[in-house]
Design a protein around this ligand. Structure first.
Ligand SMILES: NC(=O)c1ccc[n+]([C@@H]2O[C@H](COP(=O)([O-])OP(=O)(O)OC[C@H]3O[C@@H](n4cnc5c(N)ncnc54)[C@H](O)[C@@H]3O)[C@@H](O)[C@H]2O)c1
Length: 336
């Protein structure tokens, strides 16, 4: 049996990590990857792969992903997107990519699934940005999503389509609301959450980093709680999502809030100081950005992990320190 898997957004951070994780997954033998992104994706060594440099807002380019020599994919990971600040600042582009192109991809998944007479798994990387205030102290699977950003609205719109397509048996959807992932390597990106990684990543590299929450280390704004997960746990959960039997999900929704943990901006800075010392902490500079603070403050910071854990998803243990330590080891080893 071969496993033909399509990943969109494959040149992005999670797309690249996912392709490598699938390669290592013992439950995914004979892997054949179809990798698509507007930027040429790079296939992992040693895996049969076809890469597409494709703008997925063009539906002609979407259909081509389903008619390669590998045949119709069994699973589609929909990871392409315009991040939070990007969609807030460019509303039309955010809608085009995060809603219209996802709908085209979903429709192609439905059509080709019908051709093979078996619905294709469609896995969306959604986000906690679908939620907005007011919120209960702990978000549960029955908490209503009221997004307060264009990004969250776009993700929620796509989720509704995937749920309806799953209810009708057009696709076998799995919608994963990801926590904010920390620490993201690379350089700061157009995401409102970018600083959450930046205030760890840059100082560990000996570089200054700007925190847009609060005006100093003493600011009460630093007690802003965040809902976080490590990249390792998030990628493990993206792989697990493919293996969960469709019958395990609640009958009325394919949405799952992936497990995470709560830490404040101050907790992050404490972990930075504890792992890398005062000098690293002093590289964090503060300049309060009202838009950034408003968007991040509208996100929930505590979820009930029980349903996701029951399904078989995994969670980080030990808070921020092990995550900062692992990232420091990667910096010291020169791999990030
Ligand atoms: N990283 C996080 O903390 C986080 C949290 C929640 C949800 N997510 C979601 O996970 C997914 C992947 O996130 P990431 O961190 O890897 O983001 P990323 O920005 O690194 O990757 C997104 C990719 O989408 C591609 N893309 C954008 N427009 C495209 C288009 N028109 N056609 C084809 N490709 C296009 C980009 O080139 C990029 O490579 C996104 O959908 C994101 O919304 C990420």
């Amino acid at each position: 049996m071969s496993n033909v898997i399509l990943i969109t957004g494959a040149a992005g951070w999670l797309g690249g990590l996912l392709a490598h994780a699938l390669k290592e997954d013992p439950k995914t033998p004979n892997l054949q990857l179809i990798l698509a992104d507007i930027v040429e994706p790079k296939a992992p060594d040693g895996v049969k792969s076809i890469t597409f440099k494709a703008d997925l807002t063009d539906s002609g380019q979407v259909d081509a992903l389903f008619t390669t020599s590998y045949g119709i994919p069994d699973t589609v990971y929909c990871l392409h997107g315009i991040m939070s600040r990007g969609s807030e600042d460019n509303f039309d582009l955010g809608l085009k990519v995060n809603v219209d192109s996802v709908r085209d991809l979903l429709e192609a998944t439905r059509r080709h699934g019908q051709e093979r007479d078996n619905p294709i798994k469609f896995i969306l990387a959604s986000s906690l940005a679908v939620y907005g205030r007011p919120l209960p102290d702990i978000v549960t699977p029955s908490t209503i999503a009221t997004p307060q950003s264009a990004y969250g609205m776009g993700k929620l719109t796509s989720e509704l389509f995937i749920n309806e397509y799953s209810r009708r048996g057009f696709v076998d959807g799995r919608i994963l609301r990801l926590p904010t992932i920390v620490v993201r390597p690379g350089v700061p990106v157009a995401a409102t959450s970018s600083f959450i990684s930046g205030i760890i990543r840059e100082p560990l590299k000996g570089l200054p980093s700007l925190c847009p929450i609060g005006d100093s280390l003493a600011s009460p704004a630093l007690d802003l709680p965040l809902w976080l997960a490590s990249p390792e746990t998030t990628i493990a959960n993206l792989v697990i999502a493919k293996h969960i039997p469709a019958s395990s999900f609640m009958p009325h929704t394919r949405v799952v809030c992936l497990p995470g943990f709560t830490a404040t901006v101050r907790d992050e800075l404490r972990a930075l100081e504890s792992i890398a010392g005062r000098k690293a902490l002093e590289l964090v500079q503060f300049k309060d950005d009202e838009v950034n603070r408003r968007v991040v403050s509208s996100w929930p910071a505590k979820f009930d992990n029980a349903y996701a854990l029951r399904l078989g998803f995994v969670v980080d243990e030990g808070g921020m320190e092990p995550i900062v330590r692992r990232f420091k080891e990667s910096v010291d080893a020169g791999v990030v």
